[in-house]
Design a protein around this ligand. Sequence first.
Ligand code: ACO
Ligand code: ZN
Length: 177
Amino acid sequence: MGTDKQFKPKIFTNTDIPSDYIFRRCTSKDLDGVIEVNEAELPEDYPYFFYKSILDHYPESFLVALERNNLNNVVGYVMWRIEKTPSLSNLKLDRKGHLVSIAVSEEHRRKKIATVLLNKSIPAIRKHGISSYVLEVRISNYSAIELYKKLNFKIEKIKENYYRDGENAYYMVKEFK
Ligand code: ACO
Ligand code: ZN
């Protein structure tokens, strides 16, 4: 199941969006740029096939931000997957939208790029019939925690020793209104 053939370039525009950037779905051609941003900005690295598999399964919520005057330059990305867990209330599996990763290159921060990436990808992952949005974030990651709080994520619990270096994670949840 290739994603490129069915890819229709869709350039999002929105008056809140800093006009130096465009936002669109990721394609396999963008993956090297996505990986570059991830490796520069986050200690959690994933193998190429992991990104490719997220792109194949959840292309509608895997978005990139590009510089408008240099469309080959990925400056940010967001990717989600669906997590299925046994439901407490019935025998069905509960489906949640799990924020796998988001990052923006350091020199492009504080321009609402992450906010736009999340605001565009949240409705896209919702189409999978989920009950809530969830994520983990390092308890020391003040900027990301502030970003998520602004988007109405709430800290639900601490996951002890969640990261390989031993740091704890906040498990944050955004329920539907
Ligand atoms: N200090 C305080 N608050 C911040 C900061 C900061 N450095 N950065 C963002 N925020 C909060 C602010 O409330 C900000 O609104 P404001 O600028 O009007 O005050 C709001 O978040 C929105 O900020 P954006 O401009 O949309 O965020 P940005 O595009 O700069 O990206 C991000 C934020 C993704 C956290 C960026 O700092 C980054 O890439 N960090 C490194 C990677 C990372 O930590 N990713 C998250 C890991 S957890 C996970 O992926 C599930
Ligand atoms: Zn996670």
